[in-house]
Ligand binder design. Sequence first.
Ligand code: 2P0
Length: 326
Amino acid sequence: MTITNEPITAKAHTNIALVKYWGKADEQLILPTNDSISMTLDHFYSTTSVQFDPVLSTDEIILDGIKLPADGQQRIRQFMDLVRQLAGITTFAHIETSNHVPTTAGLASSASGFAALAGAAAKAAGLNLNRRELSRLARRGSGSATRSIYGGFVQWHAGHDDETSFAEPLEEKVDWPIRMIAIVVSRDEKKVGSRHGMKQSQTSPFFKDWVKQSNADIEPMKTALLKKDINRVGAIAEHNAMCMHATTLSAMPPFTYFNGDTIEAMQLITDLRNNGLNCYYTMDAGPNVKVICLENEVEPILDHLRPVFGDAHLVVAKPGSGLTYL
Ligand code: 2P0
């Protein structure tokens, strides 16, 4: 195995799940309790460069121009240890990451961040991994990163061990005008991080039913995506998101990611739908709402959202591409 002397830079986009990952069967290997399906988004992405350097006595990690303090580095260091183990090397690296997720977007960057890091670190370490292997590697950093190796619509197969838990593209170049509008109702740091939140949700008496429902949603979602049926895609995604959030409300102790604005946005989208617009909502481990719709209805939907949430809090995203090297 030969490590590269030059810095290797990779770019990966974030993704939003239409059928969610919310629960681990194995915390160490990050094996999920169920399959999930996502859409990779276009202009929210991370770029990460990695350069191994024999002079270093530890990994040096710079995030958006600022050197990460030691306590913020643990997950990245552990991930780099895994890359070193795979490559049979002991050299530390300079790692520089920029998150091009507009601060107003309020979207998580761990999916794009760990996908880009997996791509850059593996190549810099001289590992010649194919995309399935890269998705398995990205999984070890953050579950949702598994899916960000690919563009468009992506399925993460839960699997039962490290080899069988990987993502696969369903449609990389999406040829229909599906859109997601992010409604940013809060830019605050999450109160309950997703890693902790999903673990706590596994105490819900409904958790088994959540897993069952998600597995049952996979084939209908694939069919709806294949048929480009926005109403089926939206209805399944919205129901799946509510089932996920039901596990937080029924956890012991209970908690929620929703705030008052989240509920207001959900009601507004339901009202618009009752008035004939084809729009559906989904929420992740935070209060922001993502609206699933078609391009030709983006403007009429925005016309209703602007007076309530303000133009600066609305971001329109299209399907994006998978991991690339710069
Ligand atoms: C998803 N989320 O499928 C779900 C829906 C949030 C809600 O994947 O512990 O940050 O690093 O594997 O990937 C967020 O979970 O969690 C997530 P870890 P991750 O997109």
